[in-house]
Design a protein around this ligand. Structure first.
Ligand SMILES: Nc1ncnc2c1ncn2[C@@H]1O[C@H](COP(=O)(O)OP(=O)(O)OP(=O)(O)O)[C@@H](O)[C@H]1O
Ligand SMILES: [Mg+2]
Length: 269
């Protein structure tokens, strides 16, 4: 069943008028505005180089905007911290010299969490992604999909309110990707996190995002926003799915930036 659409009246993440200029002279983002409600699963879709990773880094506080404001709040009311945001990076960044368990523990070590609490959290995060049996393996002993699960467990281990995922499944085969998409959706339903999920794949964005923000080509702005909360795996290949997919395709290839709320398919249809 489709949950009621969350409201962005009190966003957990709000970017307004974001401009990001790099010292190299590249203008990565030029007037990016977005608001994300607590508990939303938002897909960010856009061509390569449009500033998706840059936007996630700004939200995580790993980089600062040239101008504009980044506001991030948390259920616990804490200041933004490594603990409150989980980040699954675009590049796999597991430590090859240490076991899965220690890879997952890293954010807790960095935040100096007490050892007994850390042990329980690490085991729980491994169980959530189905890797309990591989806790003592080294990353080189795992498949690509399993390595991605380790990254996901590491992002979940601090029990963050916000999960930022930068094309996490892009390098995986379609079968593994669909399986992980499904698992991620189940996790999201259970854990009630806010997820911001970057992808190049229109199908993936439609299947797992409740809302899709389509970004314009370099420099990035939000070009259109679509609701897709009613679509799931059972809709793949159906007419409503194909209609929305075609519309996104057109938007990605259109020249002009039009801020449109596209709702061709009724929620719950
Ligand atoms: N640290 C940096 N220094 C200079 N330029 C950068 C830096 N990081 C990103 N850029 C530039 O900013 C633009 C946006 O990069 P970004 O990585 O955010 O794009 P993206 O949408 O994530 O692309 P992709 O889909 O290929 O991952 C690109 O032109 C890139 O070259
Ligand atoms: Mg990127």
């Amino acid at each position: 069943m489709t949950p009621a659409p969350p409201t962005t009246d009190q966003p957990i993440v709000a970017l307004s008028g974001i401009v990001k200029h790099f010292a190299s002279g590249t203008l990565a983002l030029d007037g990016l505005d977005l608001k994300i409600a607590p508990g939303e699963f938002v897909s960010l879709l856009g061509p390569s180089g449009c500033g998706k990773s840059t936007a996630l880094r700004l939200i995580a506080g790993l980089a600062a905007p040239t101008s504009g404001t980044v506001e991030v709040s948390h259920h616990q009311g804490e200041a933004r911290s490594a603990k409150a945001i989980g980040f699954v990076f675009q590049e796999p960044t597991l430590m090859p010299w240490t076991r899965v368990r220690e890879n997952v523990r890293l954010p807790l070590t960095l935040t100096r969490a007490p050892a007994t609490e850390s042990d329980a959290r690490v085991e729980a995060a491994l169980a959530r992604v189905g890797l309990t049996e591989f806790a003592d393996s080294y990353p080189r002993e795992l498949s690509g999909g399993m390595k991605m699960r380790v990254s996901l467990a590491r992002a979940l281990v601090t029990d963050p309110d916000i999960l930022l995922m930068d094309e996490p499944f892009a390098a995986l085969d379609e079968i593994t990707r669909f399986r992980l998409n499904n698992d991620l959706l189940a996790l999201w339903r259970n854990l009630k996190k806010t997820v911001i999920f970057v992808t190049h794949s229109i199908d993936e964005a439609l299947l797992i995002g409740n809302r899709i923000l389509v970004l314009s080509p370099h420099p990035g702005q939000v070009k259109a926003e679509l609701n897709a909360g009613h679509l799931g795996f059972a809709d793949l290949g159906t007419q409503p799915f194909e209609l929305l997919s075609r519309r996104i395709h057109e938007l990605l290839f259109a020249d002009t930036v039009e801020t449109a709320l596209v709702n061709e398919v009724h929620r719950g249809a």
